[in-house]
Design a protein around this ligand. Sequence first.
Ligand SMILES: N[C@@H](CCC(=O)N[C@@H](CS)C(=O)NCC(=O)O)C(=O)O
Length: 218
Amino acid sequence: MRFTLYYHPLASFCHKVLISVYDNAIPFTPVIVDLADETSQEAFRKIWPPLKFPVLVDAVSSETIAESASIILYLDAVAQPATRMATAKPWQATMWDRLFDDMLQLPMQKIVIDSLRPADVRDPHGVTEARENLVRAYAFFEQRTPETGFWLGPQFSLADCSAVPALFWSDTVNPLGDSYPKLKDYFNRLKQRPSVARVLREAEPYFHMFPLEPKPAI
Ligand SMILES: N[C@@H](CCC(=O)N[C@@H](CS)C(=O)NCC(=O)O)C(=O)O
């Protein structure tokens, strides 16, 4: 098999890549990384010492690619997929990718990671700020979600792959509620796409590992 993907089914940044490979039926060897397991961690350290996933290894080019968006763009370039995730305007796709990561994933991670800290070193002020940032981001994305059209651009793209985990996990820690109807409709459309539904279904058996209540739900 040409491509090997190192990932975890629950990990939000891995969802971006999984959606793109499932969407284009790109075959790959899956390697689930369990950082809590010493053997798995040491095996992965040899592949990628920073121990951050997803990571893709291409046996043909011998390249090791990290960073979810870079992996998606790499596969776009070498695997000749039917749906080009970079689209004809790659700067737009990467702009949305950065916005979803920076404006939703980062504050969402702050809230989750803080809950894993010992009680005496938690950062309640930082968590309140992160929640405020999520609400500001929801309002921004609500305003920018196109009035017409199915996806963020003229076709399903990297932008939409990035939107899924950003919205899914942010909605889990700080529910969207009913104040953002366009964004919510877009999120619901995303969840119906077969590649997205498959990624969320594969994550579901691990939902109990999520440290906050309520647990995620599809
Ligand atoms: N910017 C990176 C972020 C990668 C990242 O933070 N991955 C998380 C999983 S979603 C991870 O590796 N966590 C393990 C750790 O930080 O120890 C990307 O887009 O791939």
